[in-house]
Design a protein around this ligand. Structure first.
Ligand code: IPM
Ligand code: MG
Length: 368
């Protein structure tokens, strides 16, 4: 049997730096755990635009469709701000999500004990936090038609369309319920059914899926604005949150800050199972390209490392190896190793990106 395949797309900004640390960890798993991947690397985002005039070539798109999993760093940067919308770096990422049909975006927000004081909220509100946001990723206002900037009555009008079909809501609801079954068996669905028809349909379909197939899960509904408020008031009330593309984008950034730093949060974007039974999958840190610190060795690689852990769990059925890697990250944090984003004002010299990676590998070695 051939090795499972991984396509690595480091992208722009801090993407290449954090991905370099993940490559060290991939090598460690090959050497020390016999977990060998066929790894290839390619371009996405601004670096692809620079070389090919497009943020994602058809060749790379085809590669992404053919591998077992894609690992992406980050896309975008100020150098591309003035580009036409159609070739902006972000379009490369959105094309991957859309064409691979990665409808379920899993964004866990876990507060490591060693970091509970780094959150902008009080320790007791966030300590022990473990929630999972499931964001719909291939529809809604990100992709709905009509869209564009048009002339109307002598002025311009900008249009995007919030649009959801029943089947799109159905499949992401199932993804959320399935995850909840392996967790605390609670799902909170968020929309704006008080003002949006798409929200009314969302609520109805999620409830119907629940009633038909997931009666063992506790389902609640919440308006998304209240959801944002509840996330900062009492985040531990939640287990799994399921929501649409745009609300999920906002709410997952809110949830990120509960954990102390955006540099900590991984994500998995999953689609339907492929022929080999593995889901179509792309893993990426939630943080962006952070152009202000790019190229300086300051970036925290943990979000990207934990994204690889999610790949081990969700694509390769290696939950034990994922836990091994997550445990090493936890150990490093407990030992007080801190990248710049995790330093309190008084702190000493921060660990560089590669020192963080090395510390994680040392922790893996120590726990073999
Ligand atoms: C995210 C990002 C993306 C999004 C951008 C980079 C297109 O904010 O993954 O949350 O809006 O989905
Ligand atoms: Mg976002």
């Amino acid at each position: 049997m051939s090795n499972p395949s991984l396509l690595i797309l480091p992208g722009d900004g801090i993407g290449p730096e954090v991905m370099a640390e993940v490559r060290k960890i991939i090598d460690w798993f090959a050497d020390r755990r016999g977990l060998v991947f066929d790894v290839s690397e390619d371009l996405v985002g601004g670096c692809s635009y620079d070389k090919h005039g497009t943020p994602l070539t058809d060749e790379v798109m085809a590669k992404a469709q053919s591998v077992d999993a894609v690992l992406l760093g980050a896309v975008g940067g100020p150098a591309y701000d003035d580009l036409d919308f159609s070739v902006k770096p972000e379009r490369g990422l959105l094309r991957l999500r859309k064409e691979m049909d990665l409808f379920a975006n899993l964004r866990p927000a876990q507060c490591f004990d060693a970091l509970a004081d780094f959150s902008s909220l009080k320790r007791d509100i966030v300590a022990g936090l473990d929630i999972m946001i499931v964001r719909e990723l291939t529809s809604g206002s990100y992709f709905g038609e009509p869209r564009g900037i048009f002339e109307e009555n002598g002025e311009r009008v900008g249009i995007n369309t919030q649009r959801y079909t029943e089947s799109e809501i159905d499949r992401v609801a199932r993804a959320a319920f399935d995850l909840a079954r392996k967790r605390d068996k609670r799902v909170c669905s968020m929309e704006k059914a008080n003002v949006m028809e798409s929200g009314i349909l969302w609520r109805e379909v999620v409830q119907a899926v629940h009633d038909a197939d997931y009666p063992d899960i506790e389902l609640t509904h919440m308006y998304a604005d209240n959801g944002g408020m509840q996330l900062v008031r009492n985040p531990k009330q939640f287990d799994v949150i399921v929501t649409d593309n745009l609300f999920g984008d906002l709410l997952s950034d809110v949830a990120a800050m509960l954990t102390g730093s955006l540099g900590m949060l991984p994500s998995a974007s999953l689609g339907a199972p492929m022929e080999n039974g593995r889901p179509k999958a792309l893993y990426e840190p939630v943080h962006g390209s952070a152009p202000d610190i790019a190229g300086q060795g300051k970036a925290n690689p943990i979000a990207c490392v934990l994204s690889f852990a999610m790949a081990l769990r969700y694509s390769f059925d290696k939950g034990d190896e994922a836990a091994r890697l997550e445990g090493a990250v936890e150990q490093v944090l407990a030992d007080g190793v801190r990248s710049a984003d995790l330093m309190q004002a008084e702190g000493g010299k921060p660990a560089s990106t590669s020192e963080m990676g090395d510390a994680i590998i040392a922790a893996l070695e120590n726990n073999l």
